[in-house]
Design a protein around this ligand. Structure first.
Ligand SMILES: [Zn+2]
Length: 156
């Protein structure tokens, strides 16, 4: 869990090059207490934003393009929550690495991984915490390995 005191602090979780693409949701009120992660769509569509924090790390924002590509024709698996249900909107989201170079992940296009994990946990009567911790760890791995973001907050 982490807390964002202001819109500025929320924007500062993103890399400088991403900040101009970020559009905050009108539903946000500050201070904003975030459990697990925060995800929202650009009101005009085409972009999805994620803010998460790994244990010991600072809140980290990623601005994704959803490329308007729609869902894959073949059933895909979300590489973060491992959901495979057809018709649940799993597709390629991409983020800028540097310059025009982009990296992507096949994930739930609306970043609704948390809802899916909670549903699965409710069905089996088990705790969602272990799966949620793995989910946030996978977000961190994508940010640090693919996007080379320092999750400790250094160099921001
Ligand atoms: Zn997912």
């Amino acid at each position: 869990m982490f807390k964002l005191d202001s819109a500025t602090q929320l924007l500062d979780t993103f890399r400088p090059k991403d900040r101009r693409t970020v559009e905050l949701s009108p539903d946000f009120t500050f201070p904003l207490v975030v459990k697990d992660y925060l995800a929202w769509k650009h009101p005009a569509g085409g972009r999805v934003f994620l803010v998460f924090a790994v244990p010991g790390g600072v809140p980290t924002g990623i601005a994704f393009d959803s490329n308007g590509g729609g869902s894959a024709a073949v059933p895909a698996m979300c590489s973060w929550c491992h959901c495979t249900a057809p018709g649940t909107g799993i597709g390629l989201l991409t983020a800028t690495l540097n310059g025009s170079k982009r990296v992507g992940a096949i994930i739930c296009e609306d970043l609704s991984c948390r809802d899916k994990l909670e549903e699965a946990a409710n069905r089996t009567g088990s705790s969602v915490r272990p799966a949620m911790e793995k989910l946030v760890a996978r977000m961190g791995k994508f940010a640090s390995d693919a996007l080379r973001i320092d999750l400790s907050g250094a160099g921001r």
